[in-house]
Write a protein that binds this ligand. Structure first.
Ligand SMILES: NC(=O)c1ccc[n+]([C@@H]2O[C@H](COP(=O)([O-])OP(=O)(O)OC[C@H]3O[C@@H](n4cnc5c(N)ncnc54)[C@H](OP(=O)(O)O)[C@@H]3O)[C@@H](O)[C@H]2O)c1
Length: 222
């Protein structure tokens, strides 16, 4: 899709973005608001105790950043009403079912209206504890997929992941969109045996570390 058709595609669309306080999603949000001001709405999912905290995070960690200064220059005094109309902070957590969105009215509204889901939420800590990384980067991605399936008007789910995922393919691997049912290894569904094996390894390492070094709480599973 070239830039012109992407901009056109975004017109009047509602997008759910996770990881909005992070590096990539913030850049995405700014660009969408700048190049397609006729976007209908952006729901920005962020970890927060309640709506007030989510509002605070939105203004302090996203919209208040220098990144948005070009947009501020373009919209001038209309910027606050523009943000108010287009950007809705949503307290949630992708490691939870229904993305941890507790407000059932808001959750139903998001399900009903969302056309595009962009998952940028992740732990990007390379030596994260296995269970934390698994809950966010694996189960979180699955929770986002399940949430997107409940949006009747959804047209696209974009999962942003690490730059190094190419399955077991070799050679020159082109970047191409995946249609429903297509996967890197030709099968669909989760390899639960692999997960269990990895978790077993983690438990084993964890136990060994506790035996050997009781103060070590961060098992590093390769
Ligand atoms: N940055 C790059 O150059 C780059 C390149 C290629 C691929 N990627 C991939 O792009 C994705 C995003 O990267 P990034 O650089 O934007 O990461 P980042 O700056 O570390 O941001 C991660 C975001 O995810 C949120 N998050 C973490 N756990 C969450 C949870 N359980 N529920 C909801 N939100 C959660 C964080 O929220 P908090 O603020 O609450 O922690 C933060 O907003 C990652 O998968 C990364 O591997 C990044």
């Amino acid at each position: 899709m070239d830039l012109c058709s992407a901009v056109q595609f975004l017109e009047n669309k509602t997008i759910l973005v996770s990881g909005a306080t992070g590096f990539l999603a913030k850049v995405f949000v700014e660009k969408v608001l700048r190049i397609q001001p006729n976007i209908k709405r952006l729901y920005l999912l962020m970890r927060a105790a309640d709506v007030n905290s989510a509002h605070q995070r939105l203004h302090k960690e996203v919209l208040g950043k220098e990144l948005f200064s070009v947009l501020r220059g373009i919209l001038g005094s209309n910027i606050d009403s523009f943000f108010h109309e287009k950007v809705i902070p949503v307290p949630g957590d992708i490691s939870c079912e229904n993305l941890g969105i507790q407000d059932i009215t808001l959750r139903a509204e998001i399900w009903k209206n969302t056309n595009i889901v962009i998952n940028c939420a992740a732990t990007t800590n390379f030596d994260e504890r296995y269970d934390v990384a698994f809950a966010i980067n694996t189960m979180g991605a699955l929770n986002v997929l399940n949430f997107a399936k409940l949006c009747p008007a959804v047209k696209m789910l974009l999962h942003v992941s690490t730059a190094y995922v190419c399955g077991e393919g070799t050679g020159h691997i082109m970047e191409e969109p995946f249609c429903m049912g297509k996967s890197l290894n030709g099968t669909t569904g989760m390899d639960w045996h692999g997960v269990t094996r990895a978790q077993g390894a983690n438990v084993a390492v964890y136990n060994v570390e506790h035996e050997v070094a009781p103060n070590c709480h961060s098992p590093n599973v390769e």
